[in-house]
Design a protein around this ligand. Sequence first.
Ligand code: UDX
Length: 439
Amino acid sequence: MALKISVIGTGYLGATHAACISSLGFDVIGIDTDASKIAALQNGKVPFFEPGLEELLAEQIATGRLTFSNSFDAITDADIHFICVGTPQVKDGLAADMTYVNGALEAIAPLIKAGSLVVGKSTVPVGTAARLRARLLEINPQADLAWNPEFLREGFAVDDTLHPNRLVVGVTNDRAEELLKEVYATNLGDGVPWVRADLPTAELVKVAANSFLATKISFINAMAEICEAAGGDVTVLAKAIGYDPRIGSRFLQAGIGFGGGCLPKDIRAFMARAGELGAEQALEFLREVDSINLRARQRVIDLVRKDLSQDLVGKKVAILGAAFKPDSDDVRDSPALDIAVQIHAAGANVVVHDPKATIPASKRFPALTFTESIEECLKDAEIVLHLTEWKIYGELDPVVMKALVKNPILIDGRNMLDRSEWQKAGWHVRALGRADTNR
Ligand code: UDX
C-alpha cells in the first residue's frame, strides 16, 4: 500500500512539497491553520506567485490524491508527516522564531498513529530536531522523527522539489531512512545523491549551504566596492574568476545583494545559535557578509543622491522591481523595496513598477506609489533604478524609454541591462562595481 502523507504548513515550502509529493503518486493532505489559505488551495489557487505551481496543484487535486484541511484531525491515518511551517526572524533579535514549529509538533504528536514518522523540513537552529524528537516520544512513544532539509529556490520551487540536486536525511535509525527512501524512490531512481546524516548535521547542512551562498554574493559585492575604488569592472572580474571550476560562475552577480525570506534570516539565526553554543567566533564572518549586503543598498542610494545633486525632495524616482528576485512576488526583505522606502523617506516622489509583486509590496508599504504600467512609472522621472532583474526589463527599448523620462539617468542595481545599448540611446548609465559608469 502506498504511504499516506500529511504536510503541515502550506506556504511556499509546504504547498509546493504537497503538490510535488502527490505528483509522485502518494495520497497527500495539506494542513494549515490559515483558513483563507486552505480555501484558496482547495480551489486550486496558489496564494502567491510561483511559476508552474498552480497548474501542478490543479492537476493533482483533480486526481483526488491531494486534499487540504485546516483541521489536524485529517492527518490521523497518514504514515509520514512533513513539517513545513515558517521560522521567521524574531522581532527583538537575530534568532529564528520557533513558535510555529513547536506548535505544529504539539498539535500533531497526540494525534498521529503508532509507527508514523514526523519529518521536519523547516529551517531550524541546530539542536531543534533532537529536542522535538524527545518531546514527540514523550507524548507518543510509538512515533519517530527525522529531519529532511529543503533547498528549493523561489521561482524554481517545483523543479527544485521534483529534481533536487541532493536529498539529505537526518535520522536516528534505519527504519526512518527506509521510509524516506520510499517517499523519494522516484528521485533515487533518477540517481539523485542521497546523504544520510545524524539529526544535527542534517539541520546544519541547510544553514551552511545558505551561509555559503550569502557569502559568495557578499564576496562579489565586496569586490564591486574595490572595483569602484580602483577603477575596475566587477562584471568582468566575476566572469574571469568564474571560469575557475573551483570558484564557479553562479552566485557571482554583483548588485544590490540578497534578500528574501531565507538567506538574510538564516545567516542571522545561524549566528545567534552559534552564540548559544559558545562558537560565535566561527561565524563572525557572517556579520561582515550581512553588512556588505546591506551596504550595497546604501551605495545605490548614494548614487541617486549624487545624480540628483543631493536633493531628493519632490523629485520623481522610477523604480523597476519590488520583488526580492525575479519570477517571485515575495517582497520579504527585498533590497529593491528597502531602497524604494529609503528614497521615499528622503522626500522623493517614488513610483514602483513590478510585474507580479505590487500587491504584496503595497500591503507592506502603503505609502509608496505602485503602478502596473512601465510607461507611467518612467514618465517624467528624473532617475530610473533597475532593482529586480525581471526578463521584461531586459527587453525594454532604451530609445522609447528615453522619450518618457525627464533625465535619462539609469542605475542598474543588478548589472543585468545591456549597458552599451542604453548608452547608445543617450542614457547615463550607473552601476555598482563599474567605476567607469559612476564618475
Ligand atoms: C535561497 C537558496 O538558494 C535556497 O537553496 C534555499 O532553500 C532558500 O534560500 P531563494 O531565497 O529562493 O533561495 O533565492 P536565491 O535564488 O538563492 O536568491 C537569493 C537572493 O540573492 C536574491 O535576492 C537574489 O537577487 C540575490 N542574488 C543571487 C544576488 O544578488 N546575486 C547572485 O549572484 C545570486
